[in-house]
Design a protein around this ligand. Sequence first.
Ligand SMILES: Nc1ncnc2c1ncn2[C@@H]1O[C@H](COP(=O)(O)OP(=O)(O)OP(=O)(O)O)[C@@H](O)[C@H]1O
Length: 317
Amino acid sequence: MIGFIVNPASGNGRGGRVWKKLEPELKRRSVPYRAAFTECKGDAVAKTEDMLRRYSLDAVVAVGGDGTVHETVNGMERAGSRDRSGRRPPFGYVPAGSGNDYARACGIPRDPAEALDRLLRELASGREPLSADLLRLEGDGAPAAANSYGFGLDAAVAEAVNRSTGKRLLNRLGLGKLVYLFALLRALVSYRPVRASVTVDGGDTRRFEEVWLIVVANNPCFGGGMRICPGADMRDGRATVCVVSGLGRLGLLCLFPLVFAGRHVGLKSVTLLEGREIEIEAPAGMPVQADGESVRLAAGEAVRTIRVAPGAFMTLG
Ligand SMILES: Nc1ncnc2c1ncn2[C@@H]1O[C@H](COP(=O)(O)OP(=O)(O)OP(=O)(O)O)[C@@H](O)[C@H]1O
């Protein structure tokens, strides 16, 4: 049996529409399944955990955007990645969000019927699912990340979007992306870069001035297709770190379009590092996001450690 975690609100309601296409297909193919529909933020964590505790599953499949991937994978983590019969069902994904960075990294088709077909074929093949890494941020209750953690400007944008009161209305009008654009423009004007340092695998500490953002990534893209860490690979047991620092607002604006093609690599203001354990020392109030979802950390923490958990979950595709 396959357990589906469906976020009907993802992608401005695309999640609900995608499920309406998937369900008849599952019935037509006589695929046994259970579906749980998320109702609010955090619900996919609880519903995934519940699904795993109650059933023996061949796979747990998220239908939604990167936020749904994030919560589903964290729900699997909470259940110890095991189902009712003690097996480790693999994670599968049918993209229905607006960004879909996880799907990009895995080469999962954007078309839901194709994504489902690929997933079912893989399950039927009997091949061993691939193992994938997770990123874990040390600290009480901090969620794991499937794609990336971001510290700084990008996290300030995520925080502003989460708080936005007009988001629901704009989503209903199909203008959800405008919320991100407004939040980004505002952050570009108001965000103040900070001083920070990064230590990788206990080596030399690198110090940076005027830091706009630090991304620790498992996958190349974040923010809906920005190739911030082009070399990141969720199967190599390592994280890629990208630090954007030492430039003014105008410089940052010019850098922006380059990131979509990964052409920012090599610029003086961009530092890429790689390792298994990343220590970031930054002002305590620096905003943090995990897979695009804003994260609240205990106040006063100035040093954050992120560890790669190699092969922490199994994945289809
Ligand atoms: N029924 C619901 N109504 C409103 N929000 C929901 C519901 N279920 C889940 N959510 C929240 O919706 C948010 C967005 O989900 P998700 O990230 O999957 O979609 P997206 O933002 O459209 O896609 P992407 O992150 O790929 O751009 C998440 O914060 C999630 O917790």
